[in-house]
Write a protein of this length. Structure first.
Length: 245
């Protein structure tokens, strides 16, 4: 046996042992991954492993919209996701528009002050860019501007405030149910039936430790909720207020 062959044999044997045991010197020296758990990308709804005490969120479709408060849904085409709650779509006649999703608020990935960006915010933006193009059809229901009949409500950045429907179902429900965002109520709660669907989605995500609800998630959502919940239109789970009675 030549020296070169003997060395090759030893290297091959070491590699096989590393594969069989599942450990390598690199693995042994590597620190534990401290980033929060990220929901899986290959399923629509994560497997439920714990009972939230609430019913599963009802399916919200364009036909579920309240009679007032929104413009008629229109077909839209995905262009790109800025982050988890802000997306560029193209719509007929107008072309490309910037949409801010109502009643969700994901962590930052492109904040004006980079110190406000988070690892989970970047993960959320990457997830949105990976998953949203897979949807076959989008519809947008813009929040109506009472001061401009027939026109969409805009936020302070000029983005259109909207409900987003992906293949006929409310996308915001998925964001909350999968743990990418809590139910955001800083500007008031959603009307029925959206309100209860988003509450039940949040209850399910929290009970199953998804996304922002994962143990050791670095963002302090107890503090966040003190800022987001300005009225009693929804419970605060950090104050032992139940989601469902």
């Amino acid at each position: 046996m030549t020296l070169r062959f003997a060395l090759a044999f030893l290297v091959s044997l070491t590699a096989c042992n590393a594969i069989n045991t599942g450990t390598t010197p690199i693995d042994a020296a590597a620190p534990l991954d401290a980033t929060p758990d990220v929901p899986r990308l290959d399923v629509n709804v994560p497997e439920i492993v714990a009972d939230s005490g609430c019913p599963a969120p009802v399916r919200i479709t364009p036909a579920s919209l309240p009679a007032t408060g929104f413009l008629a849904p229109i077909r839209a085409f995905f262009r790109r996701a800025v982050d988890g709650d802000t997306v560029h779509f193209a719509i007929p006649i107008t072309g490309e528009i910037d949409v801010r999703m109502l009643w969700v608020n994901t962590e930052e990935s492109h904040a004006a002050d980079p110190r406000n960006n988070t690892v989970f915010g970047v993960q959320t933006a990457n997830w949105a860019m990976a998953v949203m193009p897979m949807v076959a059809e989008y519809q947008l229901a813009f929040q109506a501007d009472p001061a401009r009949p027939g026109q969409p409500m805009l936020d302070m950045y000029g983005r259109r405030l909207a409900l987003v429907f992906a293949d006929g179902e409310l996308w915001q429900t998925r964001l909350v149910r999968d743990g990418w965002s809590a139910y955001y109520t800083d500007f008031g709660c959603a009307p029925a039936p959206l309100h209860q669907a988003l509450l039940n989605a949040e209850a399910e995500a929290r009970a199953n430790h998804r996304g922002i609800w994962a143990p050791m998630h670095p963002t302090d959502y107890a503090e966040v909720f003190t800022r987001w919940i300005s009225t009693r239109c929804r419970p605060n789970p950090f104050r032992a207020q139940p989601y469902c009675m």
